[in-house]
Design a protein around this ligand. Structure first.
Ligand SMILES: C[S@@+](CC[C@H](N)C(=O)[O-])C[C@H]1O[C@@H](n2cnc3c(N)ncnc32)[C@H](O)[C@@H]1O
Ligand code: SF4
Length: 375
């Protein structure tokens, strides 16, 4: 028997109803309908090809259907995908299976269908509860649509729901940002991803920059928001991730702990250990080319890069990481970080824990400066 290895599965769905001007994900506005069946078939072929590359028996730990907008797909297509995965891999009964949903693309019947297909965690992209703001963000739904989607998802049986909310939006006041948080909290989400809007190259906002709140206003939103979320029992466990007890995202935790994952779908990337090396695999990016062939491209990650990538991810977590995880997921020895630990600790950005290392609150706030200390 080959050894077993924990591994997560990311599945990318590259279509959206419309492209939002702030978004640099591999997502494309649907023009002539979505070839659902052909795409699902290609995803499974893609999975077969990844599984054939593994030199260990994979032990699936989570599945995440992200995008793009997976909720544009009909439940029957998601059910066919889940059946195909189960034919290829063992699914533990308690495994977290997340799907991202855009409130403008869903209804109660669809949610019910996703639950029946086996999806047990939903991530709803709300972004804001202010209709004017939603328009400026190019969203296809209103605040009321988002609240309705949340309630419909609960009624359909989702007991684990994340809301994606952004802050630092164009022209946003402190009161408006806090109002968004209150409306999200009123719905009682199990998890909240609270992202500060960033302006990314190759987006509409990069070409035509909106006026964003100044640094003082951003700081006020950030610090008041953190206080409010803590009071509401949504505990911060990563820079932008907040959860009620027991509802941290297993899939995202695996990324932040630098665990292995397969990535299937247009432009998806995976990362896993093979033959004693750590490798990254990427798939054809454009949906129409992917439908011809996923064409996986693999490259080995060198030791220096592994160390930096591990730290970039793990130090985002409030709890930091254990030396056991560092050694298991990087293949490197603790001693390789001695100089970094000493410098970071001296500057008050790092603290050693009984079993490992964590960024201090100051270190999390100035993560980029902290990472510059890695040699
Ligand atoms: C792949 S998208 C989500 C799902 C779905 N397509 C939707 O928008 O409803 C993941 C999340 O990243 C966040 N996001 C995307 N672009 C961002 C940006 N430029 N700055 C901050 N957050 C961003 C949004 O909150 C978004 O919901
Ligand atoms: S934010 Fe979501 S809906 Fe908007 S373009 Fe990106 S992936 Fe699509």
């Amino acid at each position: 028997m080959p050894p077993t290895q924990p591994i997560a599965l990311y599945i990318h769905f590259p279509w959206c109803t419309r492209k939002c001007p702030y978004c640099d994900f591999n997502s494309h506005a649907v023009t002539a309908g979505i070839p659902e069946q052909a795409y699902i078939q290609m995803l499974l072929r893609d999975l077969d090809s990844d599984l054939a590359q593994l030199d260990v028996e994979p032990r699936l730990t989570s599945i995440f259907m992200g995008g793009g907008t997976p909720s544009l797909f009909q439940p029957a297509a998601i059910a066919a995908l889940m059946t195909g995965i189960k034919q290829r891999m063992d699914l533990p009964s308690s495994i977290e299976i997340t799907m991202e949903a855009n409130p403008g693309t869903t209804d109660y019947a669809k949610f019910q269908g996703y639950v029946e297909a086996g999806v047990n965690r939903l991530s709803i992209g709300v972004q804001s509860f202010n209709d004017q703001q939603l328009q400026a963000l190019g969203r296809i739904h209103s605040a009321a649509d988002a609240a309705r989607a949340f309630t419909a998802a609960r009624t359909a049986g989702f007991s684990n729901i994340n809301i994606d909310l952004m802050h630092g939006l164009p022209g946003q006041s402190l009161a408006a940002a806090m109002g968004d948080l209150e409306q999200a909290l009123a719905l009682g989400p199990d998890h909240l991803s609270w992202y500060q809007l960033t302006i990314e190259p190759n987006t509409g906002f990069y070409r035509f920059p909106p006026t964003l709140p100044d640094d003082d206003a951003l700081w006020a939103i950030y610090s008041e928001g953190l206080t409010r979320l803590a009071t509401a029992g949504l505990n911060r466990y990563e820079v932008s991730a907040f959860a009620t007890a027991g509802k941290q995202s297993a899939h995202n935790l695996n990324y932040w702990q630098f665990g292995d994952y397969l990535g299937i779908g247009a432009g998806a990337h995976g990362k896993w250990k093979s033959l004693g090396r750590l490798q990254r695999t990427t798939k054809t990016r454009a949906p129409k080319d992917y439908l011809q062939t996923p064409n996986p491209k693999t490259r080995v990650i060198d030791a220096e890069q592994i160390q930096l990538e591990f730290l970039m991810n793990s130090l985002r977590l409030n709890a930091g990481f254990s030396w056991a995880t560092f050694e298991a997921n990087t293949g490197l020895a603790k001693a390789s970080l001695d100089a970094f630990v000493q410098q970071g600790t001296n500057k008050g950005l790092l603290a050693e824990t009984p079993t490992g290392l964590q960024a201090t609150p100051l270190g999390i706030q100035f993560l980029n400066d902290l990472l510059l200390l890695v040699d």
